[in-house]
Write a protein that binds this ligand. Structure first.
Ligand code: PGA
Length: 241
């Protein structure tokens, strides 16, 4: 794992955006694996700014998101569909049929898992997967204990994850209890992985990632099985390392 330390959230976001922009320019047909959450928000703003100012085009790019809450329609402001549209897709020139996200409202959720996994294969896999990390080490919504062999599946969210994400909801009760997420094996199939972390809330997780061994109780440790992982983290997130 290649670790790039930067000063703060702002620098992490600029650095990450530049990293992604260079990849998109080098390969206009790139398949980008994308994440939601507070971490990539500013990175997405930078991508939008660059698209506006420098004309980087996403006309041929395909995006594949990691996860979605179960039960929230795409129009719900807390759904990841909504988040991605609001923070990124609505502001780029990417055709909507090239945007891929799992549906959290499919009638048959197990079929949806199979569909999503097949779709990733059919489009040729993910070239660059952007990841955040949960305080408990989750990647996507793969909570501690998830098999490293997992493919797209339904998960029960850890209580700590629901609490961490409740800041976006009116109350904890309204945070969904389940989600659909690509699996750890799906993530490891990506040709390259870029993990972002900012702030002291992630310091413990990053210390574990960097210093502990590989085990399923700490999902992010699976990244050590991958040969092309870059971490961009700020000083606060790396303060225990
Ligand atoms: P965050 O979430 O970016 O909102 O901190 C990261 C994650 O849970 O993977």
């Amino acid at each position: 794992m290649n670790i790039i330390q930067v000063a703060n959230y702002e620098e992490m976001s600029k650095h990450a955006a530049q990293y992604i922009i260079e990849k998109v320019r080098a390969n206009p047909y790139i398949k980008l694996g994308l994440a939601t959450g507070s971490t990539p928000k500013r990175t997405y703003q930078e991508l939008v700014k660059d698209h506006r100012e420098n004309g980087t085009t996403y006309q041929h790019v395909q995006t594949i998101n990691l996860d979605e809450y179960i039960g929230l329609p795409k129009t719900d402001p807390n759904s990841y569909h909504y988040f991605m549209r609001r923070h990124l897709f609505d502001h780029l020139d990417i055709p909507s049929e090239q945007i891929h996200m799992p549906s959290g409202t499919a009638d048959d959720l197990l079929k949806e898992c199979v569909r999503y996994e097949q779709l990733i294969k059919e489009i040729g896999g993910v070239d660059l997967q952007l990841l955040g990390i949960g305080q408990n080490g989750h990647i996507g919504f793969n909570e501690p204990g998830t098999s490293f062999k997992s493919r797209t599946h339904i998960v029960s969210l850890a209580e700590s994850t629901r609490i961490a994400n409740s800041t976006f909801f009116p109350s904890l009760e309204e945070v969904p209890t389940r989600a659909i997420t690509v699996g750890i094996s799906t993530i490891l199939d990506s040709r390259e992985i870029l993990l972002l972390a900012s702030g002291s809330a992630k310091a413990h997780a990053l210390k574990r990632l960097i210093t502990e061994g590989i085990h399923e109780e700490f999902p992010a440790s699976a990244l050590k099985l991958h040969s092309h992982v870059t971490i961009i983290a700020d000083a606060e997130a790396l303060k225990f390392v």
